[in-house]
Design a protein around this ligand. Structure first.
Ligand SMILES: [Zn+2]
Ligand SMILES: [Zn+2]
Length: 259
């Protein structure tokens, strides 16, 4: 049994066959999944998907790409929307300096609001961080100093320092299909440094399909391929990695019931 802690089932890629995608996940041993919000304006759509499938849960938040479009969304708004029983996380929010789709100050402001909501609710903040290691480490360190909040570094592809600082601050590290790519040797090295009680897996579907599906549309059923590479990287069996990552997922996503 595995948990896909990060997918985007509301994306148009899945519109025509969402039922089949959720069913294939179940058949592949993916017992539960979290579909992640990228825009609070689309929250109703995401919530409807989570309400339709008993084993699908969701988050609420604004992706850094859209940060400047949703600066009217307050931390209180996020707290209010997260009260629904199907909402088990805040985000994804963060910093993306690779694409810089939104101004960096808007990304940082959005991130801090999501941190405030995570601190208030105790729900984990799903952090998106790309090419922004130093600023992300600085904000996480500063905000943790104001009061702890649960968080995970999703689709981890940053350097070893951000992984170390994230773990020191109590965070979890989530590995995606990137871990399976031949050139990701540094990432597999980083995985060996992450404590076993802090690692989880995700697909980030429809993006980043793992080997052997690289370049195709990703879906939650494929999370097993990332888990398998993680198992090999840290030297445990397939059964052990499933148990490790599932236990960790339920610990960090503490509001998500075990079905
Ligand atoms: Zn992301
Ligand atoms: Zn995502």
């Amino acid at each position: 049994m595995l948990i896909d802690t990060h997918c985007h089932l509301d994306f148009p890629d899945f519109e025509a066959e969402r039922d089949a995608v959720v069913e294939r996940a179940r058949e592949a041993g993916v017992a539960q999944m979290v579909t992640i919000s990228t825009r609070v304006k689309r929250f109703d759509t995401i919530l409807a998907i989570a309400e339709k499938y008993p084993n699908v849960f969701c988050s609420v938040g604004t992706h850094p790409h859209n940060a400047d479009e949703e600066l009217d969304v307050t931390a209180d708004d996020l707290v209010r929307l997260s009260a629904h029983s199907k909402v088990v996380a805040i985000g994804e929010a963060g910093l993306d300096y690779f694409y810089d789709n939104a101004p960096r100050d808007a990304q940082a402001e959005g991130l801090r609001r999501h941190i405030a909501a995570a601190r208030t609710t105790g729900l984990p903040l799903v952090i998106h961080s790309r090419s922004a290691d130093d600023d992300m480490a600085a904000i996480l360190t500063e905000e943790s100093g104001k009061g702890a909040f649960p968080f995970l570094l999703h689709c981890f592809s940053a350097g070893p320092d951000l992984a170390r600082i994230g773990v020191e601050l109590g965070g979890y590290v989530s590995f995606s299909g990137i871990l399976t790519f031949p050139k990701s040797e540094e990432l597999r090295d980083i995985a060996r440094t992450v404590p076993r009680d802090r690692m989880i897996v995700e697909t980030d579907a429809p993006y980043l399909a793992p080997k052997p599906f690289r370049g195709k549309r990703n879906e939650p059923a494929y999370v097993a391929h990332t888990a398998e590479v993680l198992a090999q990287a840290i030297g445990v069996s397939s059964e052990e990695i499933a148990e490790i990552t599932t236990e960790n997922a339920f610990r960090i996503f503490s509001k998500m019931p075990r079905l």
